[in-house]
Design a binder for this molecule. Structure first.
Ligand code: FES
Ligand code: FES
Length: 164
């Protein structure tokens, strides 16, 4: 068994230690926000946050994240009470098909934890591994700038910026 800490909850999971984290999140823990896109570390759809860093969960074995703090989009807020990142993405209508959005959000969450008010260049750089086939990049950029404003307005300290 491997012990995982996901969105503040502890789970004992039975998968083999070399199983990609993405499969465990989706198949064992029923957390389906992170998406399978390429499975090869090339599209960013599976991005989650591990100890504050954006990580591609399709190429990250379970054993590497044991005991670390894992956050997925489910940990950013709820439908009834969306967190600032979720609220900003809704406000800016950043999703088209939506497949890339959870990965975009988790890369953005990691960025905003380290850099409260990133420039457009810094946002583009942090999201360079996240692909969007719908081409909604400009609205995603606007949503991340808005999330930064909402977090600032709420006085959220950096350490809490992944919380809803
Ligand atoms: S599914 Fe992980 S990078 Fe594409
Ligand atoms: S919104 Fe469709 S892939 Fe990005």
């Amino acid at each position: 068994m491997t012990t995982l800490n996901v969105n503040g909850h502890t789970h004992e999971v039975a998968s083999e230690p070399d199983t990609p984290l993405l499969y465990v999140l989706r198949n064992e823990l029923n957390l389906n926000a992170a998406k399978f896109g390429c499975g090869l570390g090339q599209c960013g759809a599976c991005t989650v946050m591990v100890d504050g860093q954006a990580v591609l969960s399709c190429v990250t074995p379970l054993i590497v994240v044991e005991g670390k703090e894992i956050v997925t989009v489910e940990g950013l807020g709820t439908a009834e009470k969306p967190g600032p990142l979720q609220a900003a993405f809704i406000e800016k209508q950043a999703a088209q098909c939506g497949y890339c959005i959870p990965g975009m959000m988790m890369s953005a969450a990691a960025l905003l934890k380290q850099n409260a008010t990133p420039t457009d260049e810094e946002i583009r750089s942090a999201l360079r591994t996240n692909l969007c086939r719908c081409g909604t990049h400009m609205r995603i950029l606007a949503a991340i700038r808005r999330a930064s404003e909402l977090m600032e307005a709420a006085g959220l300290p950096a350490a809490k910026r992944s919380a809803g």
